[in-house]
Design a protein around this ligand. Structure first.
Ligand SMILES: [Fe+2]
Ligand SMILES: [Fe+2]
Length: 171
């Protein structure tokens, strides 16, 4: 019985739910990824605003808020499972041009997607289905919203040319 409690994913101790240390560590990595994505959108959205690309600014400002919500959900889950969050984002350098910024943001979304997929597999192995579902929600936003939108912008530049694309984003 003691063994079973020790190896189960979630156990109750002193009235606090304790998460599996592997899940907590993974959540801490994911949190740093979300904070990085948030800061990247923060920087790029303000660069777009400064350059007069109002549509790109509005869209990325919204993405920044969504990444903050993702980080918030991970942070709350880490605390609930008895962990301590690490709030340091990973380092990044803002892009130089619009296509460069779009490509950097897409690369970040792909990295986040891979990390979320791996995290979901870990949660399933350890039977932490609630954390798994939190990650699934974020995976949907990552694939169907953030990455998909960025892929479309890069595709549009190929189709209509950079000058036409930039003109369409400047109002
Ligand atoms: Fe995210
Ligand atoms: Fe994202």
């Amino acid at each position: 019985m003691r063994l079973r409690a020790q190896y189960s994913c979630l156990k109750f101790k002193d009235n606090n739910m304790q998460g599996n240390p592997q899940v907590i560590d993974y959540l801490k990595d994911l949190l740093r990824g979300e904070l990085t994505a948030r800061d990247q959108y923060f920087a790029h959205s303000r660069i777009y605003e400064d350059q007069g690309f109002t549509k790109l600014f509005t869209r990325l400002d919204h993405e920044m808020q969504e990444e903050t919500q993702h980080a918030d959900a991970l942070l709350r889950r880490i605390l609930m499972l008895g962990g301590r969050p690490d709030m340091r984002p990973n380092e990044f350098t803002p892009g130089e041009t619009v296509p460069d910024m779009l490509r950097k943001d897409l690369a970040t979304e792909y990295e986040v997607r891979a990390a979320l997929q791996e995290g979901m597999a870990l949660c399933e192995r350890l039977s932490d289905y609630v954390t798994r579902d939190i990650l699934l929600t974020q995976l949907r936003d990552t694939e169907e919203d953030h990455a998909y939108w960025l892929e479309k912008q890069i595709g549009l530049i190929d189709k209509v040319g950079l000058q036409n694309y930039l003109q369409s984003q400047a109002m």
